[in-house]
Design a protein around this ligand. Sequence first.
Ligand SMILES: C[S@@+](CC[C@H](N)C(=O)[O-])C[C@H]1O[C@@H](n2cnc3c(N)ncnc32)[C@H](O)[C@@H]1O
Length: 152
Amino acid sequence: MASRLVASDDDLSKRMVFHTADIMDATHELKEYDVIFLAALVGMDVDEKGKVIQHLAKYMAPGAILMLRECPWCSCFSIPRVLQGFDVLSIFHPDDDVVNSVVISRRYLKPANIDGNNHHHLANGSIMPSSCKYCDFQAFNSPLNNMKMIDE
Ligand SMILES: C[S@@+](CC[C@H](N)C(=O)[O-])C[C@H]1O[C@@H](n2cnc3c(N)ncnc32)[C@H](O)[C@@H]1O
């Protein structure tokens, strides 16, 4: 279906390749990508999403970017726990009727010690909004000092 969306554009369709696979089956080939976009609901709950992110942390190239989308009420509470192995660079929660938040993070440059229990420490410059439409937000790491906003 995705390939059909770009089929009418000759140039774009020549430059895009589509693979269909369970992300948990993709391993060493993930190191070839500078940016990985993780769709909302890959991992239907926090634990499942944590397993996907641990898998990505294991196989993504050091310094590569992970851009994930998630419902705001999930990401508010799960990000500190499940984004192990990544520095959170930016989080955007919608304040309108758009459902998904966007979280941009960078794979650690050094191998991560991931045990599924330690809380993630946020990088300087992380965006941690004080509130969003769907949740009361817990502030971490003096976020207001480093706040940057993504505007539509
Ligand atoms: C809710 S849709 C996402 C729609 C849109 N791309 C977005 O991010 O908002 C979730 C997509 O993730 C895919 N997906 C779920 N689990 C997956 C997995 N383990 N590996 C690969 N794709 C998966 C589903 O096939 C579906 O296309």
